[in-house]
Design a protein around this ligand. Structure first.
Ligand SMILES: NC(=O)c1ccc[n+]([C@@H]2O[C@H](COP(=O)([O-])OP(=O)(O)OC[C@H]3O[C@@H](n4cnc5c(N)ncnc54)[C@H](OP(=O)(O)O)[C@@H]3O)[C@@H](O)[C@H]2O)c1
Length: 293
């Protein structure tokens, strides 16, 4: 039952090997070591795991990395102070503030404090705007990972109907924008919680990208025979038999859709590892100066 799976783990490993080789060349040729700074405020368990995994990827690829951990009640000023220091630090080429931040912090203000030339998450308005107009910029890591998965799995996008479910600034909107580019030439429909007759939209899609945060939302009867399904969702569902008491599932009912689709990403092991690989790619590109010279 594995022939239809788009293996994000293996594709991301390939990308990381390419990054590792390029990092070695950059180090030996120019003495530059890509550097990534993480800021984590609070104890959100998923955020703690994400930052740990991103730190591990830095180690694996030979990057310099530093993590600043702050308590849940950290002040906005303390986070802004750290960002300003990293903005000035020449060893740091990328700054990542792990979201979500505690409720009393203004996330947008934090994002806008990051020097856009080090905004490897691609959330700063300068990068978001440049992406919209197709200029060089940091592309948000999850959408970047999704288009790389499609490319490296030889999924044709030109002329295809793509339905993106979800319109967040970090996944839905940017992935829809990317796939509209001339490079991909898809016809994109974006659905959200107020979309009427969502099933009808999804049933016309050659490619479905689900990014809503609702476990098992997309069922067999929603999708078209032979479609390609990209599942971005990461949901914790109860799993009493396991050590942690939960398991991770996507926004797509994998077992239900498997027979009917042509290709599908699993959760975990699909989009997730690609997000980390593209963060590393953005940081390497920042260190090389190929985005903002
Ligand atoms: N794999 C990765 O690396 C990765 C990265 C980022 C996020 N994720 C996961 O992807 C999922 C989405 O993340 P996000 O940050 O984009 O979420 P988000 O900011 O919460 O946005 C969710 C979107 O889904 C829409 N939505 C919610 N319920 C819906 C429904 N019943 N029908 C149609 N649309 C619905 C919402 O519509 P409205 O706008 O109308 O509210 C919203 O646009 C989450 O599970 C998250 O954990 C994974």
């Amino acid at each position: 039952m594995l022939d239809k799976i788009i293996d994000g783990k293996s594709i991301s490993s390939g990308i990381k090997s390419e990054i590792k080789s390029e990092t070695e060349i950059l180090k030996s040729g120019k003495g530059i070591v890509p550097g990534l700074a993480f800021i984590l405020a609070g104890e959100n368990p998923a955020s703690v795991v994400y930052v740990r995994n991103k730190g591990k990827a830095c180690e694996e690829l030979g990057f310099y990395s530093v993590t600043e951990r702050l308590p849940e009640n950290a002040s906005e000023e303390s986070i802004i102070g750290l960002i300003k220091d990293f903005n000035q630090n020449s060893r740091i080429h990328g700054i990542l503030v792990q979201l979500p931040l505690p409720g009393h912090i203004n996330e947008q203000k934090i994002i806008e404090t990051i020097d856009y030339t080090k905004d490897v998450d691609g959330f700063h308005p300068v990068n978001a705007g440049r992406m919209m107009t197709g200029e060089k910029c940091f592309i948000p890591c999850t959408p970047y990972g999704i288009v790389e998965l499609l490319k490296r799995s030889n999924v044709k996008t030109e002329g295809k109907n793509v339905v993106v479910i979800g319109r967040s600034n970090i996944v839905g909107k940017p992935v829809a924008n990317l796939l509209m580019r001339k490079e991909f030439n898809s016809t994109v429909t974006v659905c959200h919680s107020k979309t009427v007759n969502i099933k009808q939209h999804i049933s016309g899609a050659d490619i479905v990208i689900a990014a809503i945060g609702k476990a098992g939302f997309v069922k067999r009867d929603f999708i078209k025979e032979g479609s390609v399904i990209i599942d971005v969702g990461i949901n914790r569902t109860e799993n009493p038999g396991s050590k942690s008491g939960y398991k991770l599932t996507g926004d797509v009912d994998f077992e239900d859709c498997y027979e009917k689709c042509r290709l599908i990403t699993p959760v975990p092991g699909g989009v997730g590892p690609m997000t980390i690989a593209m963060l590393m790619k953005n940081t390497l590109d920042s260190a090389k100066g190929v985005i903002y010279g």
